[in-house]
Each structure stands twice: as C-alpha cells, then as structure tokens.
Design a binder for this molecule. Structure first.
Ligand code: AMP
Ligand code: ZN
Length: 112
C-alpha cells in the first residue's frame, strides 16, 4: 500500500494545498496544533531524516529552501517553528519525511 502523503501529493487523497513546486508540496495539517499548521513534504518518498542520503539530499534541500516562501504565504512575518519527528520516540506517525510549520501565535517552548 502506498504511503498517505504520496497519495496526497498525487491528488488521490484530498488536501488543503498551500504551496507546490516541482519538488515540494505543502498542505494544511488536518489536526492543527497552532493557528497556522502546515506540513511540507518532498514529492519524492523519503521515510524520515534517517533515510536522507547523497541521492536524495537535493530533494530535502528543496524543501528547506521553500520554507521561508511558504511561511510568507501563511503570513508568519513574526516568526515560526519547524519540526520534524523521527521514529517511535520522536512521535512520527506518517513515514514520509515532513516538516511541521507552526505559527500564528507566540508558541510555547515545550519539548515533550
Ligand atoms: P507526525 O506525527 O510528525 O508523523 O505528523 C503527521 C501529521 O499528519 C499529524 O500532525 C496529522 O495531523 C497529519 N495528518 C494525518 N493525516 C492527514 C491528512 N489526510 N491531511 C493532512 N494532515 C494529516
Ligand atoms: Zn510517501
């Protein structure tokens, strides 16, 4: 079975798109933890940060490069937070690398 975020990128599962280019897709988190909560993913399937290698690091760089533009689209002029969860202890539930973009309020400093 294909992964959830690959299905979203393909358009087989609907999403609230915020941004898209050749390498990157960004959409609203279905269960937001902040006034702005967007998920930013590479279009190519990478399971997590643990699976970044020489062959796919350019796709990850494209994701990071797109973040300021996506933050601007979301009106986050006053700052924001970017999080990526890895594995069981990190709380990763979807095994397709994604960066949570959070903002729209003064975020609490809370690590767990
Ligand atoms: P993580 O727990 O870091 O793996 O993050 C997965 C995120 O995906 C969670 O914040 C979920 O709310 C979000 N999510 C799950 N399914 C969907 C969906 N169909 N559309 C948008 N966001 C989703
Ligand atoms: Zn995937």
């Amino acid at each position: 079975m294909e992964c959830l975020f690959c299905s979203i990128i393909k358009g087989d599962i609907p999403s609230a798109k915020v941004f898209e280019n050749e390498h990157v897709y960004a959409f609203k988190d279905i269960n937001p933890n902040a006034p702005v909560h967007v998920l930013i993913v590479p279009k190519t399937h990478i399971s997590s940060i643990d699976d970044i290698d020489a062959g796919n690091v350019c796709a990850v760089a494209e994701v990071l490069k797109a973040i300021p533009e996506i933050a601007k689209i979301c009106g986050l002029e006053n700052g924001y937070r970017v999080i990526t969860n890895v594995g069981e202890d990190g709380g990763q539930t979807v095994k397709h690398l994604h960066f949570h973009l959070l903002g729209g309020t003064k975020l609490a400093v809370k690590l767990n």
